[in-house]
Structure formats: structure tokens, C-alpha cells
Write a protein that binds this ligand. Structure first.
Ligand SMILES: [Zn+2]
Length: 442
């Protein structure tokens, strides 16, 4: 039997399905009664919680909301919680916000010891943190980063070492790592990896030795690219990736590193055809990547959040969903975020996402940094035009390299591509390192 923090982690698929239905049928009347937004949306749709007697009823009849629904409610009423709050403000644990990927950050209210802290606690435990251990908390502060570990981690007997998520904190990171030997590093991003790498080179620091106390590090922010992966490997770190199940819950990999676990006792996840309302099917219009997993827009419903539950919230995130049992012993689904629904480009009808390009380049040594830009002539094109960065040390055979890249992208994306090669240094001038704009106008 595996060593889980909460018994729900070890639930079978059947137990999870049963618990989800039970919790769903409890939270719907609760949200309808206490959340002004939920009541307004459901009344308008002509649906009442008493009409919903199963998850199937819910899938068939429950109305959707999205970020625009929340923004509209907030603008009309002046309510910063957009009508989602079900408790008095004084009963909340803390306030955070979304990261603002698609507009201004929007507030998110959290209960003390709510679902987010449940998730964080399970993650830390699964990565090896035990009572008496220290953990480094270097989360960005938006999305309530640091507050996320307010109550559960100390209740687990963990000491938290707080640092800002900024390159300026790198010297302190090495100091506290030496002083406290923390076991989990929470969280690395590409900009932090670059900063740590540069600081270590400048000061002759052996990162592998300094970081040897860490059993695991958590990585988040954007897809883990070739450069970041190379550094992490060189430092000897075991890294797991983190994403988010909408704004309802964080989702993080276990040590099997086969997708980010969504805690299904806390949230109900649906995946639908992008811009449609039917479940995704292989080969359907939602098909984004090759392979066998269902993929589609992630829709989340809070099952355990009594403070600010989201009911059938369309996240605009395209994900792969793996509902098979994980080797860690958990039946909770695993997701991989592919991009936003608005990022899709159709090449002769085949859907492609910018996030698919870098993985397709990984096998081409000169292009391993994964730098590229899609030249966006339209959302529906015959040939995908891509500007691809290459290492200037590659040499002069650009025609040969171009042919290799065309083959790699064609095989990886399954569409016809036209490739323009540019040295990496030129592409990097277009933005902060490894965060250049992924799509550009011609
Ligand atoms: Zn697992």
C-alpha cells in the first residue's frame, strides 16, 4: 500500500466516481443558494439544482460559465468576487488572483484549509516532505503563491523557508539551502533556472552539490523546454511539473512524472470539444496532438470549495486527459496542458498548437533551445510558416539543417511546414530569454 497523506488519494476509480456524484449533488444547491452568480446563470438557463440527480444530468443540462461571465458580473455589480462568494468575507482565509494570461488578473477567494491547501499538502508529501523537514517556498505571489502554504504545511510539521520568485533571490536561495537542507524546492521557472545558472557560473558554485539535499523540485510557468531540462539534469534534480485545473485547483505531477494529477475528490473535470459542448473524441475537431489520449477544453466544477465554488467553468485550456491508473497507485486523472483554445491554427483542417513546435524540434541538435515563431498569416492555412532558431556553432550547412527541420516538424505536427532559419541570438533579442512571442504577424 502506498504512503498517501489523505485516504482519498488512494480511492479507486469507482470510489472517486461515487464521491464525485455525492459531492456534486451537495454543492449544486449550496452554490445556487449562496452564490449570486450561479443563481443568476442557472435561472437564466431555466435549470434548477433539483433537476440534476446525477453526473449525467449535470453534463446534459448544467449551464457553462467562463472568465467573461465573471468579468461581466463584476463590471455590472462592482462585486470583486463576481458573485461567487458563498461565505462572509471575514470567513475567508486569503485572497489571490489569476495570472492574467488573457486579460487583467481576476481575484480568487480562498477558504483557510480549502482545496488549494489540500492539494499543496498532498504534493509536498508525495515529493517526500515529512514532519520536521524544511521546504523552500519560492512561488510567485500572484495566484496567491506564498499564501497557499499558510495552514496545511505547518500542520504537517513542515518548516517553510520563504523567498521571492526573482533572480535577485538566487544568492539567498543558496544560503538557505546550505543552512536548512530543505527537501523540496517550490518552484523553478525558466527565468529562475537561467538566473541560477548564471549566478553559479559567475561565482564558481557547484549547483549539483549545493542542491543535493533536495528530493524534488517543482517546475511551472510554461512548458519545460530543452534548455531548462538540460540545466535541471546537470544539477541532478528530480523535477516535477505543475499546472492548474482552471482556477479551481493546482495540479502537479507525482514522482512518476506522467502528467499532473487533478484531485478528483476536490474538482470534477470535463473535457469538451473546443468551442463546442460535446465530450471530445479521438479524431474529432478537438484533436490537437497525435496519440491516443482524449484531448479538449478543460471544464472544471468545484466539489469541495465552500468559499467560492466555480460551477462548470470553461477554462479555455486545451489539455490531454489520462484517466488510467497511475503507477503511483492513484486513480486521479492526469492532465497535460497544451495551450489555450484561442491559440489553435488549422493547417488544411488539422489543428496545431504553438506549444507542439518545440517538442518536435528536440531531436534536432542545433535547434534544441526550442526557439521558434509561427508566422501567422491566418487561423486557417495550407502551409505552416515557422521561423526556427539554431545554434550559431552549427556551421554553414543551412540547406541541410533546413531540410532536417522541415522533416522533424512535418513528422511531429503532421502538417506541411515552410521553415525560415535564424540564429538563436537574433530570436532572443525579441524578448526575455526563452519567452519570445510564439506567434507573429508576417
Ligand atoms: Zn501518480
Amino acid at each position: 500500500v502506498s504512503d498517501f497523506l489523505d485516504p482519498e488519494e488512494g480511492f479507486t476509480r469507482e470510489q472517486l466516481d461515487e464521491l464525485q456524484e455525492q459531492r456534486l449533488l451537495e454543492i449544486l444547491p449550496y452554490a445556487y443558494e449562496h452564490s449570486a452568480l450561479t443563481r443568476e446563470v442557472w435561472v437564466k438557463a431555466g435549470v434548477h439544482p433539483r433537476d440534476i440527480r446525477s453526473i449525467d444530468d449535470f453534463r446534459e443540462r448544467a449551464p457553462f460559465i467562463d472568465q467573461d461571465t465573471l468579468r461581466d458580473f463584476r463590471a455590472r455589480t462592482g462585486d470583486p468576487y463576481a458573485g461567487t462568494l458563498c461565505v462572509r468575507p471575514g470567513e475567508l482565509g486569503y485572497l489571490g488572483s489569476t495570472s492574467g494570461t488573457t486579460g487583467n488578473p481576476t481575484p480568487v477567494a480562498h477558504a483557510a484549509m480549502g482545496p488549494t491547501e489540500t492539494a499543496r499538502g498532498r504534493e509536498l508529501w508525495s515529493l517526500g516532505a515529512r514532519p520536521g523537514d524544511a521546504v523552500t517556498v519560492m512561488l510567485f505571489s500572484f495566484r496567491s503563491g506564498i499564501d497557499m502554504l499558510v495552514e496545511r504545511a505547518p500542520a504537517m510539521g513542515l518548516r517553510r523557508v520563504f523567498l521571492s520568485h526573482t533572480p535577485a533571490a538566487v544568492p539567498r536561495l543558496f544560503d538557505v539551502t546550505r543552512e536548512f537542507s530543505p527537501v523540496v524546492l517550490y518552484l523553478l521557472s525558466t527565468p529562475m533556472i537561467i538566473a541560477i545558472d548564471e549566478y553559479a557560473i559567475d561565482h564558481g558554485i557547484d549547483v549539483r552539490r549545493e542542491f543535493s539535499c533536495y528530493r524534488a523540485a517543482v517546475y511551472g510557468g510554461e512548458p519545460l523546454g530543452g534548455f531548462a531540462r538540460d540545466r535541471i539534469d546537470a544539477w541532478g534534480l528530480t523535477v516535477v511539473q505543475m499546472t492548474s485545473a482552471g482556477d479551481a485547483l493546482p495540479a502537479t505531477e507525482c514522482l512518476e512524472r506522467a502528467g499532473c494529477h487533478v484531485w478528483e475528490d476536490q474538482v470534477l473535470v470535463e473535457h469538451l470539444e473546443p468551442n463546442g459542448e460535446t465530450p471530445t473524441a479521438a479524431g474529432g475537431p478537438g484533436e490537437i496532438t497525435r496519440g491516443e489520449l482524449p484531448r479538449g477544453e478543460m471544464v472544471v466544477t468545484s466539489l469541495a470549495d465552500r468559499a467560492s465554488p466555480l460551477i462548470r467553468f470553461r477554462t479555455n485550456d486545451l489539455v490531454l486527459v489520462d484517466r488510467t491508473q497511475c503507477a503511483c497507485g492513484r486513480a486521479h486523472s492526469r492532465i497535460r496542458t497544451l495551450g489555450r483554445t484561442g491559440d489553435v491554427i488549422r493547417v488544411r483542417g488539422r489543428a496545431v498548437l504553438p506549444a507542439e513546435v518545440a517538442p518536435a524540434l528536440e531531436g534536432v541538435e542545433a535547434c534544441r533551445a526550442g526557439l521558434f515563431q509561427i508566422i501567422l498569416t491566418g487561423r486557417d492555412v495550407d502551409v505552416l510558416e515557422v521561423r526556427v532558431g539554431y545554434d550559431r556553432r552549427h556551421g554553414d550547412d543551412l540547406d541541410g539543417l533546413r531540410a532536417t527541420v522541415v522533416d522533424a516538424l512535418g513528422a511531429g505536427l503532421g502538417v506541411e511546414v515552410d521553415v525560415d532559419l535564424v540564429v538563436n541570438d537574433e530570436l532572443l533579442k525579441l524578448g526575455p530569454p526563452h519567452k519570445i512571442p510564439r506567434t507573429v504577424k508576417p
